[in-house]
Design a protein around this ligand. Structure first.
Ligand SMILES: Nc1nc2c(c(=O)[nH]1)N[C@H]1C(S)=C(S)[C@@H](COP(=O)(O)OP(=O)(O)OC[C@H]3O[C@@H](n4cnc5c(=O)[nH]c(N)nc54)[C@H](O)[C@@H]3O)O[C@H]1N2
Ligand SMILES: Nc1nc2c(c(=O)[nH]1)N[C@H]1C(S)=C(S)[C@@H](COP(=O)(O)OP(=O)(O)OC[C@H]3O[C@@H](n4cnc5c(=O)[nH]c(N)nc54)[C@H](O)[C@@H]3O)O[C@H]1N2
Ligand code: SF4
Ligand SMILES: [Mo]
Length: 767
């Protein structure tokens, strides 16, 4: 008996790794017994998350074990509607098929006949984060799309314009701030975004416990709003007006103060902003936003007088028609209240794998529009085109028409606008490849699916989110289960080689070497005389796996690194490996002017593109109140409402609904509506409503709740799993509806090309 127990104990092992599911990067403690996961809980010793965990974290076990998760490449031989169309094949056969068919399409129709779509999980996994650049370069098409244009592209554009680098994103210094103004973010459900802070809720409560104040602006009374000191309903889509109104009050009341960054901002730019926000009087803004003038004035004063304060805006401020203006105005408010780049304000993280800070000097600046989309002429932003126009590019016949698509970790059929139309367009392609672990609403249109292994079978280091983190932290985790599937980086390397013409049989190590040498050469670029040859540094690497070697190279050359021996106390691969709970690199430090890459070398507070787009905002300021009044005056029951989205902590965009423990219980894909609107429109709680927009309609289950403001309805995204030909047995039982059949692909934020996913006009009727 004891022998048996000893044998079981001997097989028990505890591993620590970072959760890859959302931006919070929580540490997990995973107990393995006899080769399978026995338990997952929060790692109490994690230097950043201290044991915090949300309900999704422990479901890595279910994801790993999910029988629907694909383990072998698949080729489709029949209709996308028929799940029996698929045949499991060898990896070599899959790549041979891709080479033959994809190169045929590109040979006949040109490079731009291929479009790529990169989805959200790419930034949560080392393979995508480090190897997609090789795929993109080899593809050499201008048809590059990603989830960024249904998400944070406005932030990249405003950061690019203000600071010269689209990745220089200031994050609210949650742990030290005295005042937090949060707009369009619901971290109690999302756990935060563009602000990596495990246990975001706990960090917000700590602000209150130390006597600070938290204000939430959201058209819904969210869990975050309920915990705040003050919650304000705002008319959807109008945050840019509110933020400009706050700027107006600062100038009008002489409350502007630039703080320590004053020497790095041109005084003329401050005057330009003063002039630009002149029309946004508190009274005018009140009429548009629904927030009264006295409150707007008070909000501005509170921001100005707080010992430290941070303004933070997320999905609700970005995925709207004035997304880039709102994103800019958030940073302008931080700057003009003296809170940019100071503790307790909005600060720039410095990740361990980032480039070493260099002496301040003018940079190359940021621009967009180096090329434009074929059909609608949208400007390229960060080499991407708006995903909202992908269907146009597939449907519109002519030179450069998209005939083939590769999706990598994306589900655009559920996550991008006017997605009914996109699904129909995908069905017409000559060829499609998906790198994805599931046969879902999007990948069912693929001809070949290449499934990467489960997250437990790969190493992890958060390349994306350590650059957005409220503390500087480094944390590397090793794989904890074996797999006979190739790693995702290998899949991507082979795809790159096929696209680059080296062939399906080429050795993926070619790509490994290219990326590694490229990274090391870049790290030595500023060192002129003291630069060391990449080959010399490669010989010193300790890690063995390609992605780990890249991370090792970046970290050793990075701001805290050992510089391959030059700074012996610095980080190297052993320090990453020997610290499974992570390495705390301390609170954020001021980084202006070193972080700036603008051509002037200063913070360009009033960039011409923003000042120009402000005129559109001024026009809307004049038009919107009239529009509102018209509805009221009309007398007939107004059936037009504004649709917004929402997230739930037990869901993750479109792809975790196949985990039973997360989806069981109460229906979550409901249309939330205020009681007054429900009774006016004859809708009952639990009944059905037909929701129609300019591009589509659906029937949703009604949930009557006073948590949503009058005139607004809310549906979550990522649902709508009742589609033929998928292999999602659990999600199919909790199908819900796809809100993105209602969002209009023709309406974009012009500066970023970001889709408008909130404040969608819809009409309602009982179904
Ligand atoms: N209406 C509305 N629409 C929205 C939003 C909204 O708020 N409202 N939010 C938008 C936002 S912020 C985002 S980020 C997008 C997300 O949009 P997408 O990225 O297109 O969608 P996801 O639902 O994240 O789908 C991820 C896909 O990656 C696969 N996957 C999961 N893990 C891995 C992996 O490790 N490797 C690979 N290769 N594949 C993997 C999943 O099976 C799934 O197919 O949706 C956007 N759409
Ligand atoms: N559980 C869970 N966590 C997630 C995700 C998930 O799907 N589920 N997705 C991850 C991803 S990809 C992202 S990008 C982040 C997003 O993280 P968040 O930005 O925190 O996302 P949401 O929870 O959608 O919060 C957006 C809020 O904006 C409000 N809103 C809508 N329109 C407006 C408006 O016009 N103005 C204002 N002020 N508010 C508005 C909505 O009511 C909602 O409460 O979450 C990440 N974390
Ligand atoms: S909050 Fe995010 S990172 Fe933390 S356990 Fe949940 S899904 Fe994972
Ligand atoms: Mo996102």
């Amino acid at each position: 008996m004891n022998d048996v127990r000893d044998a079981i104990d001997a097989e028990t092992a505890i591993h620590y790794r970072t959760c890859p599911l959302c931006e919070a990067t929580c540490g997990l403690e995973i107990t393995m017994k006899g080769g399978s996961v026995a338990r997952i809980r929060g790692d109490r010793d994690d230097v950043f998350s201290h044991g915090f965990l949300c309900p999704k974290g422990s479901t890595l076990k279910q994801l790993h074990e999910d029988p629907d998760r694909l383990r072998a490449p698949m080729i489709r031989r029949g209709s996308p509607d028929d799940p029996e169309s698929w045949e499991a094949v060898s990896w070599d056969d899959a790549f041979a098929e891709i080479e033959q068919r994809l190169l045929t399409v590109m040979g006949e129709h040109g490079r731009d006949a291929l479009a790529l779509y990169l989805g959200n999980p790419n930034v949560h996994n080392l393979g995508g984060a480090l190897y997609n650049r090789a795929v993109l370069r080899a593809a050499a098409t201008k048809n590059i799309y990603s989830a960024s244009t249904v998400d944070q592209m406005p932030k990249h554009v405003s950061s690019g314009l203000l600071f010269g680098s689209p990745d220089a994103i200031p994050v609210p210094d949650l742990d030290r701030t005295d005042h937090l103004l949060m707009l369009g973010a619901n971290p109690w459900e999302s756990n935060g975004s563009l602000c990596t802070a495990p246990d975001f809720p706990g960090r917000v409560k700590a602000i209150q416990e130390r006597g600070g104040k938290v204000v939430v602006v959201d058209p819904r009374r969210t869990r975050t709003a309920k915990e705040a000191d003050e919650h304000l309903f705002i008319r959807p889509g109008t945050d840019a007006f509110l933020l400009c109104g706050l700027l107006h009050v600062l100038f009008a009341e002489g409350l502007v103060s630039l703080g320590d960054v004053i020497d790095h901002v041109d005084a003329a730019a401050v005057d330009a902003v003063r002039a630009a926000v002149e029309p946004f009087t508190a009274a005018g803004v009140a009429a548009v936003t629904g927030i009264d003038a006295a409150t707007i004035e008070r909000l501005a004063r509170e921001l100005a007088v707080a010992a430290s304060a941070a303004v933070y805006g997320r999905i609700g401020t970005h995925t709207v028609a004035f997304g880039t203006l709102a994103s800019w105005a958030v940073d302008a408010l931080n700057l003009l209240t003296g809170n940019l780049d100071r503790p307790g304000g909005a600060m720039f993280p410095l990740a361990a794998h980032a480039s070493k800070p260099r002496p301040p000097k003018p940079g190359r600046g940021f621009s967009t529009g180096r090329h434009t989309s074929r059909v609608k002429g949208y400007p390229e932003v960060r080499s991407e085109l708006p995903v909202a126009t992908l269907a146009d590019e597939i449907e519109t016949v002519g030179e450069g028409q998209v005939r083939a698509v590769i999706t990598i970790a994306g589900n655009p059929v559920l996550s991008t606008p006017d997605s009914g139309r996109l699904a129909a367009a995908l069905a017409t392609l000559d060829f499609m490849v998906s790198v994805d672990p599931y046969l879902n609403e999007t990948t069912r249109f693929a001809h070949v699916i290449l499934p990467p292994p489960s997250p437990l079978a790969r190493s992890h280091y958060d390349v994306a989110f350590t650059t957005l983190s409220v503390r500087n932290v480094a944390n590397w985790s090793e794989p904890i289960v074996d797999t006979d599937q190739p790693q995702e980086h290998e899949i991507l390397a082979r795809l790159a080689l096929v696209l680059g013409g080296q062939g399906a049989g080429a050795d993926p190590a070619i790509v490994d070497e290219l990326l590694l040498h490229g990274a090391l050469e870049r790290s030595q670029k500023d060192r002129n005389g003291s630069a060391r040859p990449a080959a010399e540094l490669v010989a010193l690497l300790e890690a063995t796996e390609p992605t780990d070697r890249l991370i090792e190279a970046l970290v050793r050359c990075g701001p805290y690194g050992d510089g391959f021996g030059e700074n012996p106390d610095g980080l190297n691969f052993s320090s990453l490996r020997d610290n499974p709970h992570g390495i705390d690199l301390g609170p954020l430090q001021p980084r202006v002017p070193e972080v700036l890459r603008t051509t002037s070398g200063t913070i360009e507070l009033a960039p011409p593109a923003i000042m120009e787009d402000m005129r559109r905002l001024v026009r809307a300021l004049e038009e919107l109140p009239a529009e509102t009044a018209e509805h009221a005056a009309d007398g007939s029951p107004d059936t037009t409402m504004l649709l917004v989205g929402r997230r739930h902590v037990r869901s993750n965009n479109s792809w975790m609904h196949n985990v039973n423990v997360l989806v069981k219980g109460k229906e979550r894909c409901t249309l939330q509506i205020n009681p007054a609107d429900a009774s006016r429109l004859g809708l009952d709680d639990g009944g059905s409503a037909k929701v129609a927009s300019s591009v589509g309609s659906l029937v949703a289950v009604v949930e009557v709740t006073s948590d949503v403001m009058p005139g607004v309805v809310s549906l979550p995204h990522g649902w709508g799993h009742a589609q033929p030909g998928t292999r999602l047995s659990i999600a199919a039982e909790h199908a819900g509806v796809n809100t993105n059949v209602l969002t209009d692909g023709a309406v974009l934020d012009p500066l970023s090309g970001n889709a408008v996913l909130n404040a969608i006009p819809v009409t309602l009727a009982p179904a």
